[in-house]
Design a protein around this ligand. Structure first.
Ligand SMILES: Nc1nc2c(ncn2[C@@H]2O[C@H](COP(=O)(O)OP(=O)(O)OP(=O)(O)O)[C@@H](O)[C@H]2O)c(=O)[nH]1
Ligand SMILES: [Mg+2]
Length: 301
């Protein structure tokens, strides 16, 4: 990442656009899959939208985020309005809506082969259930659109038998764990995801601490970050730690209520997220392929 230091924001953005355009260009049909996990309301959906905004400068809500869900109670109420993610849902990044009407695509030769998977946050799931769901997801056994919240009351064995069908084309290349700076580190969830991710996959991690603006005291923020680093115990380049606020009404609202735009570009957020793009698209960081499925399981080609 040292090479990205000292670059102007525009240079960094151009470098990222070039990386995105060339990602897997020698492997037609293959996708770069990124699984986004974290506690409810931590900012997973906002992160996906913000990663597009950092590259294009256009706010495009592909993952529905909790518009006003500043508290968990509000988030609970919004479940009925589908503002809270309850499914495992895949999003092709930089689709044809990612730019202003009348403008051309910011990366005309990009293959639309980067897919982010927004996974519902699980407030009450046991470590074993969450870790099984993460592991099954990484095996390519949970299809996009599955309501994973409804699966939470099942046992690991029930889950394994429910999701028998393996998509052998599917591998996850990265996991992004989103942690909110104003909340305690969810140790159970961290452990569940670590063990789910390690079961035969060894998927490189990025931990992103969000909502830094909600933690104005630098000492408190430092304590949170140290606690999270200890919980993840990230080593080598299998793990990266990032800290940034995301595009949201609290931090980056568009100043003119009569303007159709929702979020105002923010150079500090863009720089941090573009650096995350550099890491996500680094061809030297690789996940191990998922282990072969037992023969008794039905597989898709
Ligand atoms: N202040 C502040 N608010 C943020 C930030 N990032 C996201 N938010 C807000 O936090 C709320 C929850 O964000 P979401 O992106 O919906 O969170 P989520 O993790 O997808 O939530 P679930 O789908 O319910 O699990 C929304 O109101 C966001 O606008 C941030 O960095 N700072
Ligand atoms: Mg969400």
């Amino acid at each position: 990442m040292a090479e990205a230091q000292g670059m102007s924001l525009n240079e960094l953005r151009d470098r990222v656009k070039s990386r995105l355009t060339h990602t897997l260009h020698d492997q037609p049909g293959k996708k770069l899959n990124v699984l986004v996990v974290g506690m409810p309301g931590s900012g997973k959906s906002s992160y996906i939208n913000s990663m597009i905004m950092a590259v294009t400068g256009t706010w495009h809500e592909i993952a529905r985020y909790g518009r006003t869900a500043s508290t968990h109670e509000m988030a609970q109420r919004l479940v009925g309005e589908s503002r809270v993610t309850s499914c495992l849902e895949s999003f092709v990044m930089f689709d044809d809506n990612c730019h202003e009407v009348g403008e051309s695509h910011p990366m005309p030769d990009y293959n639309k082969n980067i897919v982010f998977w927004d996974c519902a946050g699980f407030p009450d799931a046991t470590e074993e259930v969450y870790s099984t769901i993460v592991s099954l997801t990484l095996d390519g056994r949970i299809p996009s659109g599955t309501n994973v919240i409804e699966c939470m009351d099942q046992t690991p064995d029930q889950l394994r038998s429910k999701f028998r069908r393996v998509d052998r084309q599917m591998t996850f290349d990265r996991i992004v764990f989103v942690l909110s700076a104003d909340k305690m580190v969810p140790y159970n969830l961290v452990e569940a995801i670590r063990s789910g991710a390690e079961k035969g996959h060894d998927v490189p991690f990025i931990v992103l601490v969000t909502k830094v603006d909600k933690c104005p005291n630098p000492h408190d923020l430092q304590q949170r970050v140290l606690g999270a680093q200890a919980a993840f115990n990230l080593i080598g380049h299998q793990g990266r730690f990032k800290i940034s606020s995301l595009y949201c009404e609290d931090v980056t609202p568009w100043p003119d209520p009569d303007d159709y735009r929702v979020m105002k570009p923010n150079a500090e957020i863009d720089r941090k997220l573009l650096n995350i793009w550099m890491n996500l698209t680094d061809p030297n960081i690789k996940a191990k392929p998922a282990p072969p499925a037992p023969e008794s399981w039905c597989t898709t080609s």
